[in-house]
Design a protein around this ligand. Structure first.
Ligand SMILES: Nc1ncnc2c1ncn2[C@@H]1O[C@H](COP(=O)(O)OP(=O)(O)OP(=O)(O)O)[C@@H](O)[C@H]1O
Length: 266
């Protein structure tokens, strides 16, 4: 059974032999080398690998925050800079990064204000995204009045507010404890099923990658490259206890093997 029934059409993110070398005082750092990848609409793609394998650099390149030094990268068929100008994606960072002097609604509103959305449009969007992340009723609170998990949900709401089809998430739950993380993983999966967005998600956690993804991209460092792309056979509807099934455990094993394989090449 295909994992994500809504996966369709041409790739929304396409990398062909993408390379990125940083020139540093200690010499060149090959953050990405020969990265080939196609992500289709509606896929949930996790990037996993040891520190320094280029996960963040790849996501930042998609978001036009870094510029590849080799190959081609297309987002919605155009270069990342044009995609950024067309607001093709929302970006969620590891830390929630909410302004403490603004309410939750005010934080979500800020990028919309900068982009010139009308007050009534902003209010409608804020209500919709707060509902999506199950924070209705918290718009008037300040960030410090919310738990860490709720703050991260608010930052996801902010990234969803201008309704881009692509959501890029760089270790959004890395700083949270395991119980909160479990709940947010469930909530994110529900949100993905409801909205059909294409999600690129960086993580260090094998269970998190396996639980969330339709596709798992295993990466390896020096130079940063893809060592395995694993399509998940798990159904899109995933209760948390799916993690105890033989299918889940086999998939986690495959990811672990991929990580080990990458390490052996070093
Ligand atoms: N601006 C920069 N200048 C120089 N080197 C950089 C820069 N950004 C990243 N690097 C290097 O590029 C490599 C890939 O970094 P990147 O942050 O993409 O890895 P990562 O897989 O996301 O790691 P982590 O899991 O620790 O976040 C690393 O060796 C890193 O030190």
């Amino acid at each position: 059974m295909p994992a994500a029934t809504q996966v369709t059409g041409a790739p929304v993110i396409q990398a062909e032999r993408v390379g990125l070398t940083f020139q540093t005082a200690d010499g060149p750092v090959h953050a990405l080398k020969d990265v080939d990848l196609a992500i289709r609409a509606g896929e949930f793609v996790s990037f996993i690998g040891p520190s320094g394998c280029g996960k963040t650099t790849f996501l930042r390149s998609v978001a036009a925050l870094e510029t590849p030094t080799a190959g081609t990268l297309r987002v919605n068929g155009v270069d990342p800079d044009a995609a950024r100008r067309a607001r093709a994606y929302g970006y969620v960072f590891q830390a929630p990064g909410l302004y403490p002097w603004r309410t939750i609604a005010g934080n979500i509103s800020l990028p919309l204000e900068i982009m010139g959305f009308s007050k009534s449009d902003r209010e409608e969007r804020i209500a919709r995204v707060l509902d999506l992340v199950e924070l209705s009723g918290f718009g008037g609170k300040f960030p410090w009045q919310l738990s860490g998990g709720m703050q991260q949900r608010a930052s996801i709401a902010r990234a969803l507010a201008f309704d881009a089809d692509i959501l890029l998430m760089d270790e959004p739950f890395g700083a949270l404890d395991e119980i909160v993380r479990d709940r947010l993983n469930e909530a994110l999966l529900a949100l993905w099923r409801k909205t059909g967005k294409t999600i690129g998600f960086v993580t260090h956690s094998i269970p998190e990658a396996v639980y969330l993804s339709t596709k798992i991209v295993v990466m390896s460092p020096r130079p940063g490259r893809i060592t395995r792309v694993i399509d998940s056979p798990l159904p899109p509807d995933r209760p948390l206890d799916i993690r105890d099934t033989p299918e889940f455990i086999a998939l986690a094993h495959e990811v672990r093997e991929g990580l080990r394989e990458g390490h052996a090449v070093d």
